[in-house]
Design a protein around this ligand. Structure first.
Ligand SMILES: NC(=O)C1=CN([C@@H]2O[C@H](COP(=O)(O)OP(=O)(O)OC[C@H]3O[C@@H](n4cnc5c(N)ncnc54)[C@H](OP(=O)(O)O)[C@@H]3O)[C@@H](O)[C@H]2O)C=CC1
Ligand SMILES: CC(=O)N[C@@H](CCC(=O)OP(=O)(O)O)C(=O)O
Length: 345
């Protein structure tokens, strides 16, 4: 099957290129660049020299529709809302890595993304691509709103407990940390070396665009309105997200009962790994892989449960999950092209 990547010179795009290079059924036949079309891909990314000899293509809907079965969009937020509908109308299936189609309520876009929403029919039709949770909908979808990086770790870590009714949804505090690649390849004051090295900083407190995304899904799963406290931190590392989540148990539970619940909830889902009691995951343990690893600390003294979820932000948080969704849409083995061990150390 022929696929294309739009925004191929960004971090999400180049991670798609890396993973697609080993995919058994999908062939990457076009990498589209808004700003550098005509240039060799290996000129932008020298690590691809001698392996990927292609030239970056200009955006051309007709060409993309004619030659491709599926297109990945990895452009900044606010771009896909205008170009994805053009592709879908030509019968091309799409997977969008941006936030443009994740929220159902159009009024949230000016508030949280600072731009106009996509057409409302597209917002309603979009299938949220959290692979482990919406597998059946993804299998039937014309296009996918791939989840944000922080929401992927947060939701996979909380949904089993919320669905089971074991936690009080009004007590959720999510303390989230990301490596710098989460901010993309573009240069910015806040992410250059001397600003991030040997530094730890909070950002977008109370204003992060992933707050409404997480609340939308938790409210739908929990069948009541959920509001979260969500804090984001920039960590001086390249890849990785850790979400440490604090919640109150409705009634006391043994840690092993919680672990058993997660094992049973994620049975048959190769990319979610549950840690045994007293063992907590670290970002390096998922580096370069599509895994989401989850561990627990059950504080019997306070009745509070701490859930720790880690992912690689550019793999399970973006390109890897996008490929997982492509696999589901095509009824291929969900792990196709994603069977890589984390890079360690
Ligand atoms: N980095 C991460 O960990 C994650 C990123 N995402 C989302 O994925 C998307 C891509 O992120 P990321 O790769 O990190 O970002 P980058 O900034 O690294 O890359 C985005 C790319 O989009 C292209 N682009 C820029 N402006 C436009 C435009 N106006 N029209 C079309 N293309 C444009 C550029 O490539 P070119 O000019 O060559 O086309 C650019 O390289 C974003 O929406 C981001 O929010 C989601 C989850 C995690
Ligand atoms: C470290 C860092 O800056 N991370 C980005 C995450 C980007 C992302 O996933 O954003 P979208 O929802 O637009 O896809 C942020 O916090 O905004």
């Amino acid at each position: 099957m022929k696929v294309a990547v739009i925004g191929g010179t960004g971090y999400g795009g180049v991670e798609l290129i890396r993973l697609l290079a080993h995919h058994p059924y999908a062939q990457l036949t076009s990498v589209v660049s808004h700003s550098q079309s005509g240039k060799a891909l290996a000129e932008v990314y020298p690590h691809l020299h001698g392996i990927m000899e292609q030239t970056l293509d200009a955006f051309d809907v007709q060409q993309l529709a004619q030659d491709h079965d599926l297109v990945f969009l990895a452009a900044p937020s606010g771009v896909s809302k205008d170009i994805l509908p053009q592709l879908v109308e030509q019968g091309v299936r799409c997977i969008d890595l941006s936030g443009d189609f994740r929220l159902k309520d159009p009024r949230l876009y000016p508030e949280w993304y600072n731009h106009d929403p996509a057409q409302e029919t597209y917002l309603q039709e979009a299938v949220y691509g959290l692979s482990e949770i919406y597998r059946e909908d993804i299998a039937q979808a014309k296009f996918i709103a791939n989840p944000g990086c922080y929401p992927t770790a947060t939701l996979l870590g909380l949904i089993p407990l919320l669905k089971e009714g074991w936690i009080d949804p009004h007590t959720l505090i999510i303390d989230a940390k990301s490596g710098v690649s989460g901010a993309g390849r573009k240069q910015s004051l806040g992410t250059h070396f001397s600003e991030t090295n040997e530094n730890l900083k909070v950002y977008k407190l109370g204003a992060h665009q992933h707050i409404p995304e997480i609340e939308q899904i938790l409210s739908s799963v929990g069948q009541k309105e959920v509001k979260i406290t969500f804090s984001t931190h920039l960590v001086p590392m390249t890849r990785g997200i850790m979400c440490t989540m604090y919640t109150q148990l409705q009634e006391a539970k043994a840690t092993q009962d919680i672990i058993d619940l997660y094992h049973s909830f994620y049975e048959g889902h190769a990319f979610v790994r549950i840690r045994p009691e007293g063992v907590w995951p670290a970002t390096k343990e998922v580096y370069g892989s599509n895994y989401c690893d989850i561990g627990f600390a059950n504080d019997q003294r306070t009745g509070r449960l701490i859930i720790v979820a880690v992912i690689d932000n550019v793999v399970k948080g973006a390109a890897g999950q996008a490929i997982q969704n492509m696999n589901i849409m095509n009824a291929w083995d969900e792990t196709a092209g994603l069977n890589v061990l984390p890079v360690y150390p």
